[in-house]
Design a protein around this ligand. Structure first.
Ligand SMILES: [Zn+2]
Length: 236
């Protein structure tokens, strides 16, 4: 029959496997949430950038509008002045000024139209993107609710598994339990191994026959010097 201490430790280890399995499931949820967050953050960033561009175009539109009005006023004045000019030399200069002014006016009008169109188009795209974000939030709400429910369920399962584990731990001798807990914390996986074919079940380092025999007789749990796990000799 297996040493009761060893059996208690085997039972404790089985509960720890369950606890760590649940923790791994909980850990696996984090990247799913991170993916949802990053998709949403990218949509919001695109909206902010577009909004900034539209606002910059709005400021440009106002500024161009002012320049256009000023220029138009000056140009109208020049055109009116043209009728009053009588002398030939002055008339040539005035006509040239009006022509030049007209060219500038057309250019300003074109720039103004461009910026108005661009801002209008930008606003449309912005509205689309905002609607898409709202839709995304709706879709994500379902995914997030699922994740929250999974987390809550896993949390409860974990709590129950931990309680069961702690109850099992009561059955293990104090010194042995401390040793096991330390090793388990470090390895975060199986920490108690049977000796298999005369070697440590974890690292396969051979255990001298004499020591093996002593361990079989005493039922002792010892530390493998090679890899640091707990080892015990199976009966027979
Ligand atoms: Zn070993």
């Amino acid at each position: 029959m297996t040493n009761p201490d060893v059996q208690a430790l085997i039972d404790l280890q089985a509960e720890d496997d369950i606890v760590e399995g649940i923790m791994a499931q909980l850990d696996a949820i984090a990247p799913r949430l991170a993916t949802l967050d990053s998709v949403r953050a990218a949509a919001i960033k695109a909206i902010h950038q577009l909004r900034a561009a539209v606002e910059a175009d709005d400021r440009k539109r106002v500024e161009l509008g002012q320049r256009l009005a000023e220029h138009k006023e000056r140009h109208d004045k020049n055109v009116a002045q043209l009728d009053l000019v009588k002398r030939m030399r002055e008339a040539t200069a005035a006509v040239a000024q009006v022509e030049m002014g007209k060219k500038v006016l057309l250019e300003l009008e074109q720039s103004h139209r461009d910026v108005v169109n661009r801002a209008t188009e930008g606003r449309k795209v912005l509205a689309d993107k905002e609607a898409a974000l709202e839709q995304l939030d709706g879709q994500q709400a379902a995914a997030r609710a699922t994740i929250t429910a999974e987390q809550a369920a896993l949390g409860e399962t974990l709590e129950a598994a931990r309680a069961k584990r702690n109850a099992r731990a009561e059955g293990v001798t104090n010194g042995l339990r401390l040793k096991y807990d330390r090793i388990r914390q470090r390895r975060r996986s199986q920490s108690l191994f049977a000796i298999e074919s005369g070697a440590c079940g974890a690292c396969d380092t051979a255990i001298p026959v004499q020591r093996r025999q002593a361990m079989t007789n005493s039922g002792a749990v010892e530390v493998c010097e090679a890899c640091g796990v707990l080892i015990y000799a199976r009966e027979g």
